[in-house]
Design a protein around this ligand. Structure first.
Ligand code: ZN
Length: 83
């Protein structure tokens, strides 16, 4: 393991190498509680639906998951924001 720090001033073309942007392009799926269906980013308000999820399948499964933990409805809301 040799992480040699670049101390010399010869390499000046590796300054803007910070790629820290998260890929938040597509992959925003919600499960609408009003219409009981999976919706894309432009749907109902987030307050009326669960998500976002990375895929339609996950969003669809959210309903099943929610039904199993109806008691922890409020608590689960925090878990969904784990990422
Ligand atoms: Zn809706």
């Amino acid at each position: 393991m040799g992480t040699t720090a670049v101390t010399s001033a010869q390499s000046r073309n590796c300054v803007n190498a910070s790629v820290d942007e998260e890929p938040t392009m597509s992959g925003q799926w919600y499960f609408c509680l009003r219409h009981a269906q999976v919706e894309g980013e432009d749907g109902c308000k987030n307050a009326d639906r669960m998500g976002p999820y990375a895929s339609q399948e996950e969003a669809a499964r959210a309903l099943t998951t929610a039904q199993q933990r109806t008691e922890q409805w409020d608590a689960a809301d925090e878990e969904w924001e784990e990422r």
